[in-house]
Design a protein around this ligand. Sequence first.
Ligand code: F6R
Length: 366
Amino acid sequence: EKGGYDHFMLKEIYEQPRAIKDTYRGRLLADQGLIRMAGIDQNMEKFLNANRIIIVACGTSWHAGLVAEYIFEDLARIPVEVEYASEFRYRNPVITDKDILIAISQSGETADTLAAIKLAKEKGAFVFGVCNVVGSSIARETDAGAYTHAGPEIGVASTKAFTTQITVLTLIALKLAKAKGVFSESRYHEYLTELETIPSKVEKALQSNTLIEIIADVYKDSTNCLYLGRGYNFPVALEGALKLKEISYIHAEGYPAAEMKHGPIALIDEHMPVFVIATKKGHYEKVVSNIQEIKSRKGKIIAIVTEGDEQVRDLADHVIEVPETLESLTPLLTTIPLQLLSYHIAVMRGCNVDQPRNLAKSVTVE
Ligand code: F6R
């Protein structure tokens, strides 16, 4: 059942090229210049007339929501707010019938997310679900939705659910960008064809596994780690830190790289590993200067870079390459090495990777 892998988590990490393909199968028709998604097509007017989109989710799904915020605003020019479902539902939020709520949930059973949906429906908002588990409570409670089609995710730490959620949300953003006319035909085509190359690029990113095991061995006894990224890769830093915390029980924090100087930089010394996402597109020079700041304080730098990068390689203690892609698609690639790193560190520490302590796969109580 683990398909020859030692753990479900590793199997699910390796399933991502296939899972992403399954997510866009029948939806992304690049040669016809078409994205087909019934749940969006049937409600296009609502999406086009919406004042804003509110995304609610928890944990890793919330991180996918943060990536989606960048994608929706950047590509489709629709204002987005991303909320922890548990905070949103209890803070008397302002919701109107001109709002669209998108709920993201792998299990489709998360109690707080479900409660946030019910609240938004009461206030007249249109509610759209992005779930993995077919027929789940959230899938049934929403007005419309799109499944991720990632296949069953057994490992408690979410991996392929995250990348497939981002894939679905990217498809939606592209569809809306096209319908709103904010995208030129050529830009739209560039995205569709690039999206089709992502599974093979994820495959390529997975080939760093041996190198990542070596790096994991160097840092496995750390007590604290920082994860930094900017723009589209800021949520990836948060997700990298969460993955490490939950399965290896090492304290880790994700931060927007530029926020470091407002506090966390005080933590940096020769014992602090700092994982930095420093891909070529997206504030590269700024991240390079953040790396220099870490280096001058003797922090250990493990950088996720674009293939062929030389500048960061000269500064960092370790670099892990991912293929080049459009900036907004980079999270689909930069997430991969961080998942593998957490996995190997947890295994080396003797942790129960698939069933970490105190955690459940679906959180049906608030
Ligand atoms: C992290 C993780 C949790 C879930 C969160 C939401 O690896 O698994 O943080 O992402 O409990 O779960 P869903 O997506 O099922 O609503």
